[in-house]
Design a protein around this ligand. Structure first.
Ligand code: SF4
Ligand code: SF4
Length: 290
């Protein structure tokens, strides 16, 4: 079974909720957690992975390399590169490894055949280890400026599925990028985290287009519901009109922020706080759905 926690907008508390959900669900369910937020993975901090047990490089697209001994410095490649990633250096030209998309245009236009070649890149890693709370965490980690976070998440899911588990709990990146699509694809359930603001709702609507596309059973949780109770009612109406059950309402609570500062799931750091009590209720509601 695969549950993906997603949010159209960043900063709505998705990872805090996922860390606490992982902690609580792992007490009854054999789970593996996957941090699929490849640009900024941070579940490892909240779930405290003290030692990684494995790390696998992710082989990405090829990028161009100019042989300086053959380059005449004509600059034709730089003029044609659609990503503006070729620049002059000394008497020849060079490719920015961070910007190159491997599109091949430069090697086609270069008059000096054999000057531009291609090499594979390692844009990221999949790593795995045991959390301090006893269950495994798999993390997809992208290096700066590299594309293909979707493929990387796909690889991370393959690694996660090798663990003996009944539930794969995925913390997706915020937004609707390719890594989010890779996270949601194959999910049995998606839990959409929203807060009562217009921006959050607008972004959630975009996210719902993906869950509808994949026909994934979707639920919602409203975080910080008490910062705008009037708008919370609008959110509830919005979800009800789409047959999306709101399975949790979590209040704004300073203890959730303090737990982040401590680097622990809030339900572990402050088990009796309003945030934790609401997440416990959310967990029970989800368990009834599974
Ligand atoms: S087109 Fe070829 S020869 Fe000209 S600058 Fe680029 S790599 Fe060098
Ligand atoms: S492969 Fe494409 S993106 Fe990379 S340097 Fe050549 S033209 Fe630019």
């Amino acid at each position: 079974m695969q549950l993906t926690v997603a949010s159209g907008k960043g900063g709505v508390g998705k990872s805090s909720i996922t860390a606490s959900l992982s902690f609580l669900l792992s007490q009854d369910i054999n789970l593996v957690s996957l941090d699929a937020d490849a640009d900024t993975p941070n579940l490892e901090i909240l779930l405290k992975v003290e030692r990684w047990e494995g790390k696998k490089p992710f082989e990405g697209e090829r990028i161009a390399v100019i042989d300086p001994s053959k380059c005449t410095g004509c600059g034709i490649c730089a003029k044609h590169c659609p990503y503006e990633c070729i620049y002059p250096e000394d008497n020849h030209y060079k490719v920015s490894e961070i910007l190159c998309e491997g599109c091949n245009v430069c090697s086609i236009v270069c008059p000096e055949k054999g000057t531009i070649n291609f090499k594979p890149t390692i844009p990221g890693f999949v790593k795995w280890g045991k959390t301090s709370y006893g269950f495994p965490l798999v993390t997809a980690e992208l290096l700066p400026g590299r594309p293909n976070s979707g493929k990387l998440v796909f690889e991370a899911k393959k690694v996660a599925r090798k663990f003996n588990h009944d539930l794969l709990l995925i913390d997706a990146a915020a937004g609707i990028g390719c890594s989010v699509i890779a996270s949601i694809n194959g999910s049995d359930y998606v839990l959409v985290v929203v807060e009562p603001t217009e921006v959050s709702l607008t972004d959630a609507q975009r996210l719902l287009k993906i869950t509808e596309h994949f026909k994934v059973k979707t639920f919602a949780v409203i975080n910080k519901f008490n910062i705008n109770e009037e708008y919370t009612k609008q959110l509830e109406k919005f979800f009800s009109e789409r047959n999306i059950k709101v399975v949790g309402r979590i209040p704004y609570d300073k203890s959730a922020v303090e737990a982040l500062i401590k680097g622990e799931p809030a339900v572990k750091a402050y088990p009796d706080s309003p945030f934790s009590n609401a997440v416990k209720k959310l967990t029970e509601n989800l368990k009834q759905i599974f």
